[in-house]
Design a protein around this ligand. Structure first.
Ligand code: ATP
Ligand code: MG
Length: 319
């Protein structure tokens, strides 16, 4: 299968998104990786770092539709999935589809809704169907969830259970802009080139039709990974289960996520083959949200990020 088109579209998508989003290059890259591998992403960042703008921009760039759900303590599963409503004129029930029936879904502050409501979303993510009154309905082919977690107000929140975090391919961490980027944002805000305005006025054009995304995703399988590198990758995941400091290591979903992530990163770099760097770079975002430290190590101040670096140093890179 030919990967030229895939690489071209990825490059165009990145540059179109860059017309709106200032900096955040690795964030745009990781979001594209989740989309082009048919996965979902957790997005973390303090208020105002452009989490919403990022997803809206990518939807425009890839010709996909977009919806946002604000999770709150009183949000019900049906508020996400939809309900059957009796139609008096037609004398029958008809389905009013909920906001989950979209391509790019921003699930904002997912940890503010109780478990039952979270599961409605998670079923959709995993099975790509939604069950309403015992009937299943398929979700759109490009269904991709970007879920944010409120990192500040832990009071009264329902943190995602570990088993459910595993369903997210990767975690995207959005940092606050550095000074130079913030200056650009400040300057542009004073002109007609403010990020929101650029998006609203249609200066950003879709680089493909949403229907073509599926075929491009398939061509990702043509990105090759040498056997030694597959072994290297598997050893990284397996090492998480042997670390003294880790209570729960990564499961096999992490192996699959890392394979997909490494390949997509290769394609984003314009290559048809995976390098050890692709694997190393994708390891932290794929693993960070899946690993749990033993409390005694956490108390000592060790972080999951540090353990991941230790693992990467332990395992010899194949030549
Ligand atoms: N890197 C950036 N590039 C372009 N615009 C930015 C950037 N960072 C912040 N902004 C601007 O900051 C504002 C806030 O963005 P947005 O609403 O997307 O943030 P958010 O992370 O979703 O916030 P919240 O957590 O409150 O929902 C927007 O007007 C956006 O234009
Ligand atoms: Mg927002």
């Amino acid at each position: 299968m030919n990967t030229e088109r895939l690489k071209e579209v990825l490059a165009q998508a990145r540059s179109e998104a860059g017309k709106v989003i200032i900096g955040q290059h690795d964030v745009i890259e990781k979001a594209l990786i989740a989309i082009f591998t048919g996965n979902h992403a957790l997005v973390e960042g303090v208020p105002g770092v452009a989490k919403t703008l990022l997803v809206r921009t990518l939807a425009r760039v890839l010709g996909a539709d977009f919806a946002r759900i604000q999770f709150t303590p009183d949000l019900m599963p049906a508020d996400i999935t939809g309900t059957n409503v009796f139609n008096l004129q037609r004398n029958e029930f008809s389905l009013i589809k909920g906001p989950i029936f979209t391509s790019f879904l921003l699930a904002d502050e997912i940890n503010r809704a109780p478990a039952k409501t979270q599961s409605a979303l998670l079923q959709g993510m995993q099975e790509r169907v939604v069950t309403i009154d015992r009937e299943t309905h398929p979700l759109p082919p490009n269904f991709t969830v970007f879920a944010t977690q409120n990192p500040i107000e832990y009071e009264g929140t329902y943190p995602l259970p570990e088993a459910q975090k595993d369903r997210f391919m990767l975690k995207i961490t959005m940092k606050t802009p550095d000074r130079a980027e913030e200056l650009v944002l400040a300057q542009r805000t004073m002109t007609k080139d403010a990020p929101e305005t650029v998006l609203a006025q249609g200066a950003v054009q879709p680089v493909i039709k949403a229907e073509d995304l599926a075929a491009l995703r398939e061509s990702m399988t043509a990105i090759v990974m040498r056997e030694e590198l597959v072994g290297y990758l598997v050893d990284i995941i397996r090492a998480t289960r042997q670390q003294e400091s880790i209570l729960v290591g990564a499961g096999p979903r992490a192996t699959q996520a890392l394979i997909m992530g490494a390949r997509a990163r290769a394609a984003l770099s314009g290559r048809d083959f995976v390098t050890p760097d692709d694997i190393k770079e994708m390891t932290p975002p794929v693993l960070e949200h899946r690993l749990i430290l033993r409390p005694e190590f956490e108390i000592e101040g060790l972080t999951v990020a540090e353990v991941i670096q230790q693992i990467l140093q332990q395992i010899a890179v194949p030549r």
